[in-house]
Design a binder for this molecule. Sequence first.
Ligand code: DX5
Ligand code: ZN
Length: 221
Amino acid sequence: MTYLICPSILAADFTRLGQEINNVLSAGADMIHFDVMDNHYVPNLSIGPLVLASMREQKLNCKVDVHLMVKPVDRLVEDFAGYKPDFISIHPETTEHLHKTLAAIREHGVRPGIVFNPATPIDLLDEVIDMVDLVLIMSVNPGFGGQKFIPSSIGKLSKARKKIERSGRDIRLQIDGGISADNIAQVATAGADTFVAGSAIFKSGDYKATIDKMREALAGV
Ligand code: DX5
Ligand code: ZN
């Protein structure tokens, strides 16, 4: 199992974003998690495609997964796809036609992801499992960093893992919200292989020590 650690730049110092990204990458991060919030679907406003454009201009050619928390979502899929992220993930609640939006992400040459809020039934995955390369289980309600992990996400992860195994497809199972070195082993045991962590990394004094601690915890799974 290859585990991917994905720092969420929502918790970074935006006045030094390029430096922050370089720092987490040299500390061992695998992929940058890019949270897009619109003050409509979620009650917070964050960053848009211009920030990814700047990252690419500055030759930050790292892996990026874009987590879209915006409604309507289709226009922004197009805008982000142009800057070649590895994944674009969408919430089913943000599109009238989930199947069409997931297909559009793929047509733009990006790997599609679907996101499940704490109260979104996981069985919806059955309908689109052939179309997605990433399943993201939210372990907090979307909108803010620094929230407390919701324990019922553990059961949801296990259910998602079973569905992924049954499909036989190469799909990453990502967890997002309240993840730290203290609970990363628990979510990995439940089936997660891709871990978003915002505050736990960026609010720590030493990014490398924190990421190393996460990897040590994962090594024991
Ligand atoms: C919440 C975002 C998360 C958030 C995670 O809506 O999707 O990615 O930044 O932050 P932490 O790790 O601080 O819970
Ligand atoms: Zn996120």
